[in-house]
Design a protein around this ligand. Sequence first.
Ligand SMILES: Nc1ncnc2c1ncn2[C@@H]1O[C@H](COP(=O)(O)OP(=O)(O)OP(=O)(O)O)[C@@H](O)[C@H]1O
Ligand SMILES: Nc1nc2c(ncn2[C@@H]2O[C@H](COP(=O)(O)O)[C@@H](O)[C@H]2O)c(=O)[nH]1
Length: 211
Amino acid sequence: MYMRFFSRFFSAMAGPRPVVFSGPSGAGKSTLLKKLMKEYDNVFGFSVSHTTRNPRPGEVNGKDYHYVTREEMKAGVERGDFIESAEFSGNMYGTSKAAVQKVQAQNLICILDVDMQGVKNIKETDLNPLYISIQPPSMEVLENRLRDRKTESEESLQKRLRAAKVDMEIGKEPGVFDVIIVNDNLEDAYKVLKSALNEEIDQVKKTNMSS
Ligand SMILES: Nc1ncnc2c1ncn2[C@@H]1O[C@H](COP(=O)(O)OP(=O)(O)OP(=O)(O)O)[C@@H](O)[C@H]1O
Ligand SMILES: Nc1nc2c(ncn2[C@@H]2O[C@H](COP(=O)(O)O)[C@@H](O)[C@H]2O)c(=O)[nH]1
């Protein structure tokens, strides 16, 4: 596992700098984010995306995603409700302005979980987040994790693996991500993630305690 650091925190904007997580489907983004939010629920807030995919068992509407029809999603995009939106593995996904504002209004670090198109599109906005890439140790491990998760049809799994190959190549290009974490052993990866966000966590704790 290794980590690269190109920049540090607190942007010129008011409030804590958002953090964008990306990386191939199955790399372990949600697993790491859920751990982080459980440990620091008063520091981080999750930007709940919209998606046209069906909820998985255990997922909750409004918490994991806002589940919408393609028509609803397209109408929202046309109205300008979204900071970014993308088509991934046969479904639409997008980050609404309202989702980010809701977290920022609470003075929490806004966490976004987006695919590589989302990363590219967010780079065109003035959100100015820290970009963290979560990578699997290998394609073989990634495939096993996705299969073991049992959430995908064979067709969807193959689409996700194809997207993963492309994402992993783009992710290696210099300057795309500020921090790259290889999620091999979960506890090790979590430690690296926490240390990458250490200063922000302390800063938000201090600010929120004194307000
Ligand atoms: N370090 C790890 N070791 C073993 N299994 C892991 C590890 N990290 C995550 N997993 C498992 O791998 C699977 C994929 O993880 P997760 O759903 O968090 O990935 P993801 O990157 O959020 O995927 P997606 O982008 O599709 O939402 C899950 O079943 C999770 O329990
Ligand atoms: N561009 C965006 N990508 C998003 C958003 N929310 C999630 N995602 C990415 O989609 C894939 C698949 O997610 P899954 O929950 O169906 O497994 C994954 O890479 C997410 O990062 C979003 O709002 N915008």
